[in-house]
Design a protein around this ligand. Structure first.
Ligand SMILES: [Cu+2]
Length: 314
């Protein structure tokens, strides 16, 4: 061994005695702006809705931190907006009447919380009527990566999928509660977003190479309905309930995702051949109205898809 390598041994040994969390936990600053905007819910861009969003997209940006990190969060509600808004992170253990309180146009809200548990969690606006703010698009995903990789094999690709019931008339807030009048299922904000089989205007699909482990971070942002998540022509190799590796289920065809639940799904396609899988909400009323996502497993898969900031395909 080269002499200089020995210099590393003592500092590394000392670090090993420190609690890992203390050594590696950091504070992550996250800022978001409430943006009221016109957005399409179809791939052709013909069906528009008045969306209420975080930062102008549905879902909002994916926040990603590590178990034990502290999130330092700021929400601004520009005075040009018409509504009050707020933020509720499902991983935050705080005071609903304090941190999650609404702010009027022109106000700013700041709070911090510790991401104590690994997993995948919904975040959303909690301002009343809450069903209207969520139906209008004010939701997103926070991924908390586990600090311990035990029982959590490395994924080759990762994708974020968020499903939402589409109600063309969100001003009828009672209809939202009665679950009447929804006409579409949005995946990351659009019907058949990644399904060119059922919608010729769909511009992209999820991609991976045959045999790769693909990890889906899934959040059910429906107003009322659970999601029967099933990969047609495949199986879930593992389902991490809540996205937490301590809650691992092995080998399932379908797993029911509760409203507001985030769970993580691993699928490993057969090696040595190209295949396609259709990830659906097997509740037909949702599937046929937009909740179908194509995962293409092929040797020439785009190496950038499912990695870095392309885990959410826009
Ligand atoms: Cu809101």
């Amino acid at each position: 061994m080269h002499k200089s390598n020995w210099m590393w041994i003592f500092p590394v040994a000392a670090l090993g005695l420190m609690p890992v969390q203390q050594a590696l936990a950091k504070t992550v600053k996250v800022t978001m702006k409430a943006v009221e905007a016109e957005l399409p819910v179809d791939n052709a861009g013909k069906v528009m809705r008045t969306a209420w969003t975080f930062d102008g997209t549905v879902p909002g940006k994916t926040v990603r931190v590590r178990e034990g990190d502290t999130v330092d969060f700021t929400l601004t509600n520009p005075e040009t907006n018409s509504m009050s808004h707020s933020m509720d992170f499902h991983i935050a253990e705080v005071d609903v009447l304090n941190e999650f309180a609404s702010i009027a146009p022109g106000e700013t809200k700041h709070f911090t919380f510790k991401a104590r548990l690994p997993g995948v969690y919904m975040y959303h606006c909690g301002t009343m009527p809450m069903q209207q703010h969520i139906a209008n698009g004010m939701y997103g995903v926070i991924i908390v990566d586990p600090k311990n990789a035990r029982n959590f094999p490395k994924a080759d690709r990762e994708y974020v999928l968020v499903q939402q019931q589409y109600f063309p008339d969100t001003s009828n807030t009672v209809a939202l509660l009665e679950n009447s009048g929804w006409t579409g299922s949005l995946i990351n904000g659009k019907m058949f977003n990644y399904d060119p089989v059922h919608d010729g205007d769909a511009k992209q699909v999820l991609e991976a190479k045959p045999g790769e482990r693909v990890r889906i971070y899934f959040v059910n942002a429906n107003i009322n309905n659970p999601v029967a998540l099933h990969p047609i022509a495949g199986l879930w190799d593992r389902v991490y309930v809540g996205g937490n590796p301590n809650n691992t289920l092995y080998g399932l065809a379908t797993y029911n995702v509760a409203v507001s639940e985030g769970s993580t799904f691993d699928i490993v396609s057969p090696a040595g051949r190209s295949t396609n899988v259709a990830i659906v909400d097997h509740a037909m009323g949702a599937a046929m109205r937009g909740a179908i996502t194509v995962l293409m497993n092929k040797p020439d898969a785009d190496p950038k898809k499912g990695r870095g900031d392309r885990i959410t395909l826009r």
